[in-house]
Design a protein around this ligand. Structure first.
Ligand SMILES: NC(=O)c1ccc[n+]([C@@H]2O[C@H](COP(=O)([O-])OP(=O)(O)OC[C@H]3O[C@@H](n4cnc5c(N)ncnc54)[C@H](OP(=O)(O)O)[C@@H]3O)[C@@H](O)[C@H]2O)c1
Length: 214
């Protein structure tokens, strides 16, 4: 697929390399494309990246994402699946910019013709593309209102190394707030462990099949 990634930081680079290795046509979108030649993958401006993309990924600071998407414009984003990995955190990682909601909900409301799926934001960028590097399987969550968009996202997650059994569809876009608010616990766990390279796994009794929703 043609995948455009907004942002050129840790998350965008990791995902772009992961999907490129899986055979996808990736393009990173930057505010300053001429200054981002060191990535080893193509970089373009934000609108050119959106134009290129069948699937667009938001990997920009959650405090800036909506304004950035507005600069691209709703018509250019209409009909394009938007995978949102962003979280709006304060500089000291102690407060959320969407305390009673979520970034993904705000994006979905602002761009109603763009199906938004929230995923991957509950783990470090190093884990997003190498889930088998951990000591056992773990869980990645999906939130969104559009079933087709979630199915496509599920296939792209599989291409990064997340088998369907590791993917848990937790419901509509409002469930994104759970994923985003987990960021606060994530920072606590990272502090306790002294490391960011970990993930959580949902365990049940009796053993249940955890499959993406139809
Ligand atoms: N790092 C992680 O492990 C992780 C895990 C889960 C979720 N997240 C979330 O994923 C998103 C990306 O994280 P990241 O670690 O990749 O961030 P990052 O390294 O700071 O990169 C963010 C990128 O967004 C672009 N950008 C656009 N508008 C911006 C603005 N106003 N200020 C700063 N950068 C802006 C920049 O690219 P250009 O300068 O080229 O435009 C920048 O490289 C964030 O929302 C973060 O909360 C991160």
């Amino acid at each position: 697929m043609r995948i455009g990634l907004l942002g050129t930081g840790n998350v965008a680079r990791a995902l772009a390399h992961g999907w490129s290795a899986a055979g996808h046509d990736v393009l990173l979108g930057s505010r300053h494309p001429a200054e981002r030649k060191d990535i080893g993958l193509p970089v373009a401006g934000l609108s050119a990246t959106a134009d290129h993309a069948e699937v667009l990924v938001n990997a920009t600071p959650g405090t800036a994402s909506v304004e950035l998407l507005r600069s691209i414009g709703a018509p250019a984003l209409a009909g394009t699946l938007l995978i949102d990995v962003g979280v709006g955190l304060s500089d000291d990682f102690t407060e959320l910019s969407h305390p009673n909601s979520s970034l993904a909900e705000e994006i979905q409301e602002a761009f109603p013709l763009t199906p938004v799926v929230k995923t991957l934001c509950t783990m470090d960028s190093t884990v997003m593309t190498a889930p088998d590097g951990l000591d056992g399987p773990s869980t990645v969550f999906l939130s969104g209102d559009d079933a087709d968009a979630k199915r496509t996202t599920g296939r792209l997650l599989t291409d990064l190394g997340w088998p369907p059994s590791a993917q848990l569809d937790i419901g509509g876009i409002t469930t994104s707030r759970g994923q985003e608010h987990f960021a606060l616990l994530f920072m606590g766990i990272a502090g306790g462990l002294g490391a960011h390279t970990f993930n959580i796994k949902v365990v049940t009794r009796p053993p249940a099949q955890v499959l993406p929703s139809a």
